[in-house]
Design a protein around this ligand. Sequence first.
Ligand code: PSU
Ligand code: MN
Length: 305
Amino acid sequence: MNLEKYLTLGDEVRQAKDKGRPLVALESTIISHGMPYPENVKTALEVESVVRSRGAVPATVAILDGKIVAGLSGAQIEELGRKGQGVVKASRRDLPVILAKRIAGATTVAGTMIAARLAGIEVFATGGIGGAHRGAQRSFDISADLTELARTDVAVVCAGVKAILDIGLTLEILETLGVPVISYGTDNFPAFYTRSSGFKTECRCDTPAEIARALRCKWDLGLAGGAVIANPVPAAAEANPALKEEAIALALAEADKLGIAGKRVTPYLLEKIALVTGGKSLATNIALIKSNAALAADIACSLRS
Ligand code: PSU
Ligand code: MN
């Protein structure tokens, strides 16, 4: 396949690849659908700076003008952030049509993993991954992020999954799919806004080098697929659990009443929770993404050493 037909690398990313420097992919659904403007743009640019400050090179991913772009410019990030929900959310199944129609797409975790693999990037940092929604036994609403983790060789550093999801069910599905879930510096699986979900993980690593070695073993052995690296939110930025649970209950009830379904569910819940918690959840969100970017950069550097 002629990769250049579909993939464009930003200048900084191209130079980094030529020199064999460590890279970290970053998603854009979080910019367009996960946070309000202008905090989304400011955060996206700051997250890139965090990656650079740890000696790696950021590659923020989106789809623009019929190409998957790995390494957006500041102006491109600004445009995606300003358009917000006006940009189409792009997961695996959406990529072909968005590319063919030459419209803009904000890549989800699944979409960004695909782009990262095409660009030869092994590590990706985000806030939270998608998972099995509460009631998934009936609705079948299970994010394509999980099946992507089973097939695409990219490690995803996140702060766990939000309690808007069924965390236990999400972990069971990841186990079935053979996806390693590694908690960083803890035996607990984090729940995005809070440091523990109440669920334990079987795998714990305490250093980025240890995580990098585990990833290398996996891929050397041909065990296809990615890994979830779960990094708990920094303690100082942890949200009040009671406030968060109340906001989630309200958001879920509202979504149900309005009949929100399909790809609109996750962005709707995120927006509602941000609104209900009066911006408190946003501060937590920003702190944890930066912390994930730092860990991802450290892992990417370890993978190169
Ligand atoms: N969870 C969050 N924040 C997010 C997302 C999920 O806490 O921004 C975004 C990510 O881009 C993720 C996507 O890949 O939502 C999952 O959407 P869905 O549940 O429709 O697969
Ligand atoms: Mn869904």
